[in-house]
Design a protein around this ligand. Structure first.
Ligand SMILES: Nc1ncnc2c1ncn2[C@@H]1O[C@H](COP(=O)(O)OP(=O)(O)OP(=O)(O)O)[C@@H](O)[C@H]1O
Length: 476
């Protein structure tokens, strides 16, 4: 016999399912129940009464469903027209996995509902529940890691130094921690602006909230608005099509640290000012306003007043941010702090490298104190790390640093040949490090300008800063 044409066979199957689905469900499930639109029982199959301990099924017909099954949600399904596809229903000491569907007539009017008892033992859902449980654990773990990343690492104790300039800036920062207004931190690159911002957050009433940092110079201009304010679902295609929270929302109840604020474009300056004034943000592609409760700490290594005077930075935004200003002095202006900072950094670097503690000789300290440190504490930390890696001695001497310092700063002539313990790769990295630190210093801390001096893009400068361990730029 020739096979039936597909369309005819499909129609035959569809009709058969239509005619027999109730009977099939009734046979395969643990029980099935039909109610009218008043939620009165109009029919029950044979299995259902058995589970409920009812001797005569006919005795329940016409009764409100709750008289028979006190926890039933059939009434709400009939009233709302919304199905409950999967639920666990308690009946006495038993639990059943159930599905509840509204029933409509051909005009779409609800005329009743069907309840199906799918399993009489919720343990049959174990594989599904264990997958769900695993996903929940994974989610909790990811959230915990994210929370950890948003917690601050530094407190005021981390800002080492006893010089009058250092003590003054720490006192002012402590006062800023108690206040609610924005804080503006000014200072050259690597002077500890982010460290202080974290310490202010950690000592503020917002300490239990998140600390979210954004490095404005490290993010391409075109992405910054979405990064700040988030994206509404459907605004973009691709990875962002589901929408995404911006840094403002992530910092709700906490502190948003805007690093390199001086590098912000005029268009975004206007949007930031609006957000700060109105205390609400509008995600990209949405017309919904989200209230925000975020404290702003901004930092820059640029001369922001000069940028205002020369029209590069909005004066209204400057005045809004410039309520409590901290001027972090460069290391060369508090060189008295260098011995203590160098010792603390040496201890913590050795710990991080898993090495035994090392000390610094007096002539090593003297050698370091003679240098001008354009890259400030970050550069000092980097130099200590390199010296520690290159020497096995318990105590580091001046000679361990002399060959690491730029030629102009060396107290003694450099060895004629490169040390045989250094590979070409290390020598190349050192040269790059020095070039970057020098470029940043001669650009007065402005990284966009430093990138131009070096003839590379701002993004690749940040990549190099991060890869060469020159800073926290990649942490944003
Ligand atoms: N007073 C200090 N005591 C100890 N460590 C410090 C001190 N100041 C800075 N550091 C360390 O120096 C490094 C650079 O600090 P930080 O990133 O806070 O500087 P920054 O001014 O924000 O730099 P940039 O302007 O380049 O972003 C960090 O590892 C920080 O821990």
């Amino acid at each position: 016999m020739a096979p039936a044409p597909f369309a005819a066979e499909a129609e035959r199957i569809r009709r058969h399912v239509n005619d027999t689905l109730l009977a099939a469900f009734s046979e395969l499930s643990e029980g099935i129940l039909i109610v009218d639109r008043e939620a009165r029982i109009v029919w029950m199959n044979e299995q259902y009464p058995r589970h409920l301990g009812i001797a005569d099924p006919a005795s329940v017909i016409g009764l409100p469903v709750e008289d028979v099954i006190p926890n039933s949600l059939m009434r709400s399904v009939v009233a709302s027209g919304k199905p409950i596809m999967l639920d666990v229903m308690e009946f006495g000491s038993e639990s059943f996995v159930v599905m509840r569907l509204p029933v409509r007539d051909s005009a779409g009017t609800i005329i009743g509902g069907v309840g199906v008892m799918i399993f009489d033992d919720p343990r049959q859902l174990a594989p599904l529940l264990s997958r769900f449980q695993n996903l929940r654990l994974e989610l909790a773990d990811t959230r915990r890691k994210l929370d950890e990343a948003r917690r601050t690492r530094y407190t005021f104790a981390s800002f080492v130094g006893t010089s009058p300039a250092c003590v003054a800036v720490k006192d002012k920062a402590r006062r800023a921690a108690r206040a609610v207004s924005p804080v503006l931190i000014l200072g050259e690159t690597g002077t500890g602006k982010e460290l202080l911002a974290q310490a202010i957050h950690a000592a503020s009433p917002r300490a239990d909230g998140p600390f979210v940092a954004v490095n404005i110079a490290a993010i391409p201009e075109t992405l910054l608005e979405a990064e700040f304010f988030g994206v509404a679902p459907g605004a973009y295609t691709g990875a962002d099509r589901k929408g995404r929270s911006g840094k403002f929302e992530l910092a709700q109840g906490g502190t948003l640290f805007l690093d390199e604020i001086g590098d912000m474009s005029p268009a975004l300056q206007a949007k930031l000012l609006r957000a700060l004034q109105e205390k609400e943000i509008e995600p990209v592609g949405s017309n919904r306003l989200i209230p925000i409760d975020v404290r702003i700490i901004a930092a820059t290594s640029r001369n922001l007043q000069k940028d205002v005077d020369e029209g590069r930075f909005r004066p209204d935004l400057f005045y809004r941010l410039n309520v409590m200003t901290l001027d972090v002095p460069p290391l060369r202006e508090r060189i008295d702090d260098l011995p203590l900072i160098a010792e603390c950094l040496t201890d913590s670097i050795a710990r991080q490298l898993g090495e035994p503690p090392r000390s610094l000789s007096a002539d090593a300290i003297a050698c370091l104190a003679g240098y001008t440190w354009p890259g400030n504490v970050r550069e000092l930390s980097n130099m200590l790390e390199r010296a520690l890696l290159l020497s096995d001695a318990d105590r580091l001497e001046a000679r361990d640093f002399e060959h690491l310092l730029p030629a102009a700063a060396r107290a003694t002539p450099a060895p004629a040949k490169a040390s045989p313990t250094r590979t070409l790769d290390q020598i190349q990295q050192d040269a790059e490090r020095r070039a970057i630190v020098d470029a940043i210093a001669s650009a007065g801390g402005n990284k966009a300008q430093a990138a131009r001096i070096l003839g590379i893009s701002r993004a690749s400068l940040y990549e190099k800063i991060s890869a060469l361990g020159l800073g926290s730029a990649a942490n944003t």
